[in-house]
Ligand binder design. Structure first.
Ligand SMILES: Cc1ncc(COP(=O)(O)O)c(C=O)c1O
Length: 427
């Protein structure tokens, strides 16, 4: 600009280089959590964030995790050295075996895996890797999907157009399978990526049936779509790790599709804050696997150098010991069982109150969330009754317990009657 050093303008607050920035919107879930915390009502319920809560509404450290934490703490050989860039080998292998169901040596040679910063980091790494390696024109995501999918693809793959395929049928609170298939059949192009939730779809809680999954796999084959699975709830949804991995394994077993999977251990091990996850790529042959993995490790090095060790150590310890694994599977049954019980309790209470509408979808849906079918207006009215859920009508079922479920049902009954509008009447 032609200033000498002495002439440079004195910097004041008003000369910030960042004043041109717009303020980004805050995350609606975290915003609601703080509204809930400030609500002075004695009887209130938070059905917002997707974390497991016990019958007392408290965070639950899985007993198996507690036990292993003690064992690790007492092991004098434990240290805090850096992990390799691809992560803790024992963890990466156990994560792969859990997801793909102890794959054969032939299949294992086609799977490349590395540890990530939980599920979010795995989706991010996958988005960036596919952006660079396949350069797809479009990625298809379900309408609706986990909100962060949009943001992650925005920043990691900005040139890839995000398209939405129909998923949720608001009239019946169920899967719009024909809408999904017709849209993809007509509009998806060879080379497009399709993002699929492996189980317990967030936010709707609605999953395709096995027959429908087969048709989705047929479509991917026929139209040359590249499947990107997001597996954030394996074992947490049904209580059975194999059942919840069925769709991923079906796609792999066909032997005709290359695909990637982002895997999270936040929910099924209750290790939310430890950021434990993995990314897997299944290729047609070992050579392609090795090349892809080298690129993933290169990206990892630049982005995080190497992943955190503590949570991965816990997961590996449990999955590599048959007795501990069996105990963890009991923990999964406790979490998934309590959620199913709460779905039934809410449904039962609404039926008892003869609340207008059809509420069957609450028990039919799967996993952490229910897309209740409540409208934005009804959700806002519920806040006045001290019940907090997302304006989309998504409720985190684990926020319910025996003490608050009747109060929640009564409040829903009140706002539904007052609005004169009831969900799923077309079902
Ligand atoms: C569909 C889906 N994918 C990924 C994640 C990422 O979870 P985390 O980064 O905590 O493992 C979540 C968490 O809510 C999710 O619901």
């Amino acid at each position: 600009m032609g200033y000498t050093r002495e002439e440079l303008p004195v910097r004041t607050k008003s000369t910030s280089l960042f004043n041109h920035l717009d303020t980004m919107p805050g995350d609606p879930i975290f915003g609601l959590m703080s509204l809930y915390a400030k609500d002075p009502a004695e009887e209130k319920a938070s059905l917002t964030i997707g974390v497991y809560r016990d019958e007392q509404g408290k965070p639950w450290v899985l007993p198996t995790v507690r036990k292993v934490e003690k064992m690790i703490a007492e092991d004098v050989a434990t240290n805090h050295e850096y992990l390799p860039m691809e992560g803790l080998h024992a963890f990466v292998e156990s994560a792969r075996d859990l997801l793909f169901g102890n794959p054969s040596p032939a299949l294992t040679s086609r799977i490349g895996s590395l540890q990530t910063i939980s599920g979010t980091g795995a989706v991010h790494l996958g988005a960036r890797f596919l952006n660079d390696s396949l350069q797809p024109k479009r990625i298809w995501v379900s309408d609706p999907t986990w909100g962060n999918h949009h943001a992650i693809f925005d920043i990691a793959a900005p040139a890839v157009e995000q398209k939405m395929y129909p998923y949720y049928d608001a009239a019946t609170c169920s899967l719009n399978f024909s809408g999904m298939m017709e849209t993809l059949e007509e509009q998806a192009q060879p080379g497009d990526v399709i993002l699929l939730h492996a189980c317990a779809h967030n936010p709707t809680g609605i999953d395709p049936t096995k027959e429908q999954w087969k048709l989705i796999a047929d479509l991917c084959e026929r139209k040359h779509l590249f499947p990107f699975f997001d597996s954030a709830y394996q074992g947490f949804a049904s209580g059975d790790v194999d059942e919840d991995a069925w769709a991923v394994r079906h796609f792999v077993d066909r032997g005709t599709l290359e695909l990637v999977v982002a895997q999270s251990f936040s929910k099924n091990f209750g290790l939310y804050g430890q950021r434990v996850g993995a990314f897997h790529i299944v290729t047609a042959d070992e050579q392609a696997r090795d090349k892809a993995l080298s690129h993933l490790i290169y990206l990892q090095r630049a982005e995080i150098s190497n992943p955190p060790v503590y949570g991965a150590r816990i997961v590996a310890f449990i999955l590599q010991n048959a007795e501990l694994k069996a105990e963890w599977e009991q923990d999964l049954l406790i979490m998934s069982g309590r959620i199913k019980t709460m779905r039934a309790a809410l449904f039962g209470a609404l039926q008892e109150l003869k609340t207008p509408g059809n509420w069957q979808h609450i028990v039919d849906q799967n996993g952490m969330f229910s897309y209740t079918g409540l409208s934005e207006k009804q959700v806002l009215a519920l806040r006045k009754e001290h019940i907090y859920l997302l304006t989309s009508g998504r409720a985190s079922i684990s926020g319910l317990n025996r003490d608050n479920v009747k109060m929640v049902a009564k409040a829903i009954d009140k706002v539904v009657r007052a609005s004169g509008d009831a969900p799923a009447v077309a079902a």
